[in-house]
Design a protein around this ligand. Structure first.
Ligand code: GLA
Length: 734
């Protein structure tokens, strides 16, 4: 780390005064912080390496407090931190007391310790800059040194300041259940723009806790200075974007303080969630690639460098209609198709109450002997005999009021005192009180029992289908009821840590009614997430596109669904369905028994071919080549002159191999096909195209076997044969 001492070190009595400039470096970006013991750390610059502190100061760049604290900044500015002290005072008066530096294998960490002049209070602000990717994480530790409780009224994880931004565009991701991650781009205007989520238990369905800022005008996929910010927290959050009275831009991000003021006991420390920034001059694509690498290589997902198995999940094939015969038949089918894992979804459990629909039994994690008279071992044995692994669904954070668990422990669910419960899914679902250590133990023991009694279970799908609808805990004391939203998630993290400690090798999928938990708060404990309950291949192209801005392909579970699709009624050819699923972690989710021989044959081809490319797809660098027209900032006026196609590709780190996926969404006679330019290749290298997942019974297209230089492919592009609706192609380049 480059550390520039500008002024001097001076000792007055025992206090050390200092003023220095600290630069945190990633390979292509830097964060410059002014550190002066007379005040608090100030951000001078975040961007590429073209600037140095002297030039910035000479050019009149302003610096702004890194953690704007109430009482210390002009009241017209938004604070990132506000504390109520025991006597009621809301003002902070912080001074930088110490700076420390630490290094890990792949990062430099600088921490700024600040103490308050009038209160017994310590704030430590951390920055962690990675050596292998252009990501800097920031977070704080808030420590109460008073003898009484203090109340955290605002406690952002971080704040970013951009001096005199001009025409900055925001891209955020808005969506819904079955329609996740739809990018919305807009020019930031004066005032405050707030993005938040108040679901309580999950936070990625409506507005996701990740944003991109395009600093040079309209968002661009391949060029322009771009910052990505991801808040690594699974609970309620708030991201605020503000242009101040000097036309400077601010981004604040942290846990949402609404209904969530945190009461901190004496000597207690709250560590705020990480906020990760990625900076790139290669537009949104560059930011995505840095974040994907960070996820895979910097511990932000479990087992980030592992490639994932190809699976069949039972849900959309048979829903709750589980029987031993059906499950074994499905295991048999995925084995015969060349798959590697079978996952038994919802509907396998319940004793007093059978789980035949979503209105009962969550919490009663015992095998339903009416459906599975020979227990789980018969199933895991059947899987073993056929050479596939076995996985199972659980939803451990919830119960139903119709369950043995609720009958035995009505106090274990979140509830407001003397108020009827608000009920969720199935008219009976309620969320367990994970602030309560007994509930945490119950969940850990449930998973432990399942895995220790069934050592052949290799995969868990961990679902969360309820938001927190009842605000109150029988465990938390009265004066700490407002800690619920945060303590719930701290409890969940502690549960996951305990499970991971004992079961580091189990693959766990993070699911929350589809993609409701697609964020980095919990991903360090999970291997992948279910992208969406909407498994219609056409709609998945959009949902997967939006999700890919922040998440790498090996996190994204993508399954070949049925046709006509149960949710939309859409009939989509099997090759298109497979080609869409193959662009992430491939799986299947339908009843193979209902497929035609031609469909089964196509799946065999897809699975075989995917094995050739999965390492490139799952661990490669993503280039989004052609966005769906609906996602382009200025789509062509209708009727569009060009066919609506979507194309993306993955390239290995050494640029030796790549895989291209291209899809035709619709084609009308007046639309012209477009040439697709590839990206990320070695211009000097010759690449030969090999078509994959060729339509059963057909020959490869004319591009198969043709060789082009990387230079040609990137600068001239080629016409991909995509004739008609739902035409699609997959090419391996090597
Ligand atoms: C949620 C999940 C689905 C499925 C069902 C089971 O909706 O997203 O994939 O597991 O629950 O009830």
């Amino acid at each position: 780390m480059k550390r520039l001492t500008l002024f001097f070190f001076l000792t007055i009595f025992s206090a050390i005064t200092f003023a220095e400039i600290i630069t945190l470096n990633t390979p292509n970006s830097q964060l410059i912080v002014k550190a002066d013991s007379a005040t608090v750390p100030h951000i001078l610059y975040y961007g590429d390496k073209s600037a140095n502190p002297t030039e910035l100061e000479n050019a009149g760049f302003e610096a702004f407090p890194a953690m704007p604290a109430f009482g210390m900044i002009d009241m017209i500015h938004l604070p990132a931190l506000q504390i109520q002290f025991p006597e009621g005072d809301l003002n902070l008066d912080l001074r930088l007391a110490d700076i420390s530096h630490a290094t890990t294998e792949n990062a430099e960490i600088v921490s700024f310790v600040m103490t308050d002049k009038r209160h017994k209070f310590r704030l430590t602000l951390f920055y962690k800059a990675f050596k292998n990717t252009d990501v800097i994480e920031t977070w704080t530790e808030i420590c109460n040194l008073e003898k009484k409780d203090i109340v955290l009224k605002r406690f952002d994880s971080g704040h970013l300041f951009i001096d005199k931004g001009n025409n900055i565009w925001l891209t955020h991701f808005h969506g819904d259940w079955a329609a996740e991650a739809i990018p919305v781009s807009e020019r930031l205007t004066k005032g405050v723009k707030t993005i938040r989520n108040t679901d309580g238990a999950r936070n990625a369905h409506l507005d996701a806790p990740e944003v991109m800022l395009s600093l040079d005008g309209e968002p661009n996929e391949a060029c322009g200075r771009t910052i990505g910010a991801a808040l690594c927290w699974n609970g309620n959050y708030e991201i605020r974007l503000n242009i101040d009275n000097h036309d400077n831009y601010h981004l604040y991000a942290g846990i949402d303080p609404q209904s969530s003021e945190y009461v901190l006991s004496p000597k207690q420390t709250l560590t705020t969630p990480k906020l990760a920034f990625a900076y790139s001059v290669e537009g949104m694509g560059g930011v995505s690639r840095s974040l994907h690498r960070w996820a895979r290589e910097c511990g932000m997902m479990h087992n980030g460098k592992a490639v994932r198995d190809i699976l069949l999940n039972s849900w959309e094939g048979i829903y709750f209609d589980i029987t031993e015969e059906r499950i074994i038949a499905m295991i048999d089918d995925i084995a015969k198709l060349g798959g590697e894992l079978f996952v038994m979804d919802d509907g396998w459990f319940g004793d007093k109450y059978q789980r035949n629909n979503d209105s009962s039994s969550l919490g009663d994690w015992v095998v339903d002997k009416k459906k599975l008279p020979n227990g789980l071992q018969t199933l895991t044995d059947a899987a073993k005999q056929r050479g596939v692994k076995f996985g199972i669904w659980i939803e451990p954070e919830s119960t139903n009021t119709k369950s043995e668990l609720y009958e035995q422990h009505p106090d274990w669910v979140l509830q407001a005192a003397n108020k009827n419960l608000n009920l969720g899914r199935g008219g009976t679902q309620v969320v367990l009180d994970l602030t309560n250590p007994k509930v945490q133990d119950f969940i850990v023991n449930t998973v432990d029992k399942l895995l220790s009694e069934n050592p052949d279970i290799a995969y868990i799908k961990w679902d969360a289908n309820a938001s927190i609808q009842n605000y109150g805990s029988t465990y938390l004391p009265k004066h700490k009821q407002s800690n619920i939203y945060i303590d719930y998630h701290l409890g969940l993290i502690s549960v996951l840590e305990r499970i991971r400690k004992k079961y580091p090798d189990i693959v766990i999928q993070n699911c929350a009614s589809g993609g409701g938990r697609a964020n980095y708060g919990l991903m360090p404990y999970f291997d992948e997430f279910w992208v969406s309950d909407n498994n219609d291949a056409l709609q998945r192209i959009f949902i997967q596109w939006g999700t890919s801005y922040f998440f790498p392909a090996n996190l994204m579970a993508q399954h070949i669904g049925g046709s006509p699709y149960h949710m939309t009624g859409r009939i989509v050819p099997i090759k298109f369905r497979a080609d869409v699923a193959m662009s992430g972690r491939l799986g299947m989710e339908l009843q193979p028994k209902n497929m035609t021989e031609q469909e089964l044959q196509q799946c065999r081809i897809a699975i075989k071919d995917y094995k050739q490319i999965r390492e490139i797809v799952q661990l490669g660098n993503l280039y989004r080549l052609v966005a769906p027209k609906a996602f382009q900032v200025h789509p062509e006026p209708l009727p569009p002159a060009e066919q609506d196609i979507v194309a993306l590709m993955y390239v290995t780190d050494n640029r030796e191999q790549a895989v291209v996926f291209a899809y035709s969404l619709s084609q009308f006679q007046y639309q012209k096909p477009q040439r697709v330019k590839f990206s990320g290749l070695d211009p000097e290298k010759q690449y030969t195209l090999k078509e994959l997942n060729i339509k059963a019974g057909e020959k490869p297209c004319t591009l198969d076997g043709k060789t082009f230089s990387g230079d040609f492919l990137m600068n001239n592009g080629i016409l991909l044969p995509l004739n008609g609706d739902y035409a699609s192609r997959v090419f391996l380049l090597n």
